[in-house]
Design a protein around this ligand. Structure first.
Ligand SMILES: Nc1nc2c(c(=O)[nH]1)N[C@@H](CN(C=O)c1ccc(C(=O)N[C@@H](CCC(=O)O)C(=O)O)cc1)CN2
Ligand SMILES: [Mg+2]
Length: 295
């Protein structure tokens, strides 16, 4: 069997078009232009590219983009003061602090300072709690992207066995909550799971979010399964050139799976598309309207 490739780049482009149409309607019907503030501390090269892409795609979707670039040595107090100002600014509907932050700053403290109504990353404990209890929440972007791709590929997910490898607060746990909402039987596996290979082999939907290059092997995949790879690992390729690989050994897994996301071009592009979606949802809800997006 050779898996069919799930094209996250194409789906992300479709979502961005839906976002642009929703923005047009909000402008015409409610006189509202959603605004996103993105905060970058330091000059990490990958983070700088992600922030540049976020700003570009925000503007392309017809929204207002506010970019805040702070020095690597910025104090926690100064960052918290900026967040206070953004919380109070009515032109800002969404606030995102790019992670990782430099070591002098406590990320948990910073994420807790963001107004949950503007928390378009969905990392605030209020949004995590709302997601876990089935209330309207702002849902973390990468997990949302994974589940959109799974539903697009498989249709109704009800009753399927989903195995999530990785238990982080920003991917593993929220993606498990979303799959549970879709009526999957969900297992969260991690470094202490006794027989990880056998656990993965049970999965109709296998989500890899461990951050270890090519850790999940082809013989860990059930024939015909849908494999969604969240990993973005930079490794040395042939001739000393850098390349990006996922958490799944792609060629081996693609020989067994029914459907698989590539890296790059799978889950990655969905992250920013879902961020734009969340910004529109946040703007609508802050103005007493419901989210224009289904699901
Ligand atoms: N505050 C946040 N920080 C971080 C998040 C996040 O969701 N919120 N996620 C990642 C980085 N990230 C967005 O911020 C992100 C990662 C990857 C991609 C993407 O499009 N990846 C491409 C490959 C890009 C490349 O060549 O490097 C792909 O997979 O095709 C977009 C956004 C950590 N920080
Ligand atoms: Mg992410």
């Amino acid at each position: 069997m050779t898996a069919s490739v799930i094209d996250g780049k194409a789906t992300a482009a479709t979502i961005r078009q839906e976002v642009a149409r929703a923005v047009e309607r909000l402008k015409a019907e409610a006189g509202l232009t959603p605004g996103l503030a993105v905060v970058l501390v330091g000059e990490d090269p990958a983070s700088s590219i992600y922030v540049r892409n976020k700003n570009k795609q925000t503007v392309e979707a017809g929204m207002a983009s506010f970019e805040h670039k702070l020095d690597e040595g910025t104090s926690e107090a100064d960052l918290l003061a900026l967040i206070d100002r953004l919380n109070a600014d009515p032109a800002v509907n969404g606030i995102l602090v790019q992670l990782p932050l430099p070591k002098q700053i406590d990320s948990a403290k910073v994420l807790a300072a963001i107004d949950p109504a503007k928390d378009v990353d969905g990392f605030h404990v209020v949004n995590a709690g709302r997601l876990a209890t089935g209330q309207d929440a702002l849902v973390p972007c990468t997990p949302l992207g994974c589940v959109i791709l799974a539903k697009q590929t498989l249709g109704d997910l009800s009753g399927l066995e989903a195995v999530v490898v990785g238990r982080s607060n920003i991917v593993g746990k929220p993606v498990a909550q979303l799959l549970l909402q879709e009526n999957c039987t969900v297992t969260i596996a991690h470094s202490r799971t006794k027989d990880l290979a056998a656990t993965c082999r049970r999965a109709d939907i296998l989500i890899a979010a461990v951050g270890r290059p090519e850790m999940i092997k082809g013989d860990w995949v059930k024939p015909g399964a849908t494999v969604i790879d969240v990993g973005i690992n930079r490794i040395e390729g042939e001739g000393g050139k850098g390349k990006i690989v996922g958490d799944v050994a792609y060629d081996e897994a693609a020989a067994v799976a029914g459907h698989i996301t590539p890296v790059p071009g799978g889950v990655g592009p969905m992250t920013i598309a879902c961020l734009l979606r969340n910004t529109v949802t946040a703007a609508a809800r802050q103005n007493g309207l419901s989210s224009p997006f289904a699901g």
